[in-house]
Design a protein around this ligand. Sequence first.
Ligand SMILES: NC(=O)c1ccc[n+]([C@@H]2O[C@H](COP(=O)([O-])OP(=O)(O)OC[C@H]3O[C@@H](n4cnc5c(N)ncnc54)[C@H](OP(=O)(O)O)[C@@H]3O)[C@@H](O)[C@H]2O)c1
Length: 297
Amino acid sequence: MEVGFLGLGIMGKAMSMNLLRHGFKVTVWNRTLSKSHELVEHGASVAETPAEVVRKCKYTIAMLSDPSAALSVVFGKDGILEQICAGKSYVDMSTVDADTSSKINEAIKERGGYFLEAPVSGSKKPAEDGQLVILAAGEKALYEEVIPAFNVMGKKSFYLGQVGNGAKMKLVVNMIMGSMMNAFSEGLVLAGRSGLEPSVLLDVLDLGGIANPMFRLKGPTMIQGSHSPAFPLKHQQKDMRLALALGDETATSMPVAAAANEAFKKARSMGLGDLDFSAVYETVKTLEEPSRNSQLR
Ligand SMILES: NC(=O)c1ccc[n+]([C@@H]2O[C@H](COP(=O)([O-])OP(=O)(O)OC[C@H]3O[C@@H](n4cnc5c(N)ncnc54)[C@H](OP(=O)(O)O)[C@@H]3O)[C@@H](O)[C@H]2O)c1
């Protein structure tokens, strides 16, 4: 199967590498060309524009940062729309809102192409290990055609019906995750300030009913103050913002998520947006510790 892949950030690089490893022929494009070099060493071809990828490949997959990137790659100069036509398909795996996905779907359908949204649950390591959870919605026949690629990138794929449902599911999941990360950060700080050993808190949590892989994976590095990006904080804040907008649309009161969003915004204002979303821990610490605040700046 020959596929195109647009967007070689943390996730896109790992996902396209997996496709190559499993024998797919992959043509890549990334706004910053240098990020394609490693993929080329592993057998990928490079295209100069998203349009060129679509011209070459029947299936094009994208993994881009946010709604504005997703829209510009489709509607912009040398974008997807310039080459999409009957017989060609586009699968957007970026985390965006349902409106963005619907706009892309309508434009592609108008030109006779097929569209699937397929955001993923899972982070850098699951992407590297082909263990993502794929939340697809849109053209059912296309979903079935790209299952071989999904099976390489993920451990489980869900088909959720009409376009927008994948985006909504993903935003609900990340809204919960962002709120959990804030509660976890506050717990670690509270334990430390109360004379308890945060690492012992991790052991206690891990044996109880709220044990989970995120606490287990991130806890030890958070305590060390290390936040090497697996899921950049700026993207988590984007997801909180989009989930809160979904809450507006559906008149769903979400005070916990709103507070978590404020903490992520605070972290961005402190220049922590490119670190892992666990860096929100630093915000919780800083809010109560002015001397540390000046150190971080
Ligand atoms: N990291 C995770 O754990 C994770 C997990 C699940 C879902 N996601 C979602 O997956 C998507 C990608 O995440 P990531 O962690 O891989 O992000 P990333 O490392 O920041 O990569 C973002 C990608 O988008 C490209 N991009 C940004 N703006 C663009 C524009 N205007 N035009 C064209 N390309 C543009 C970047 O190109 P350049 O290289 O040129 O900047 C890069 O290839 C996001 O929607 C994120 O929310 C991430």
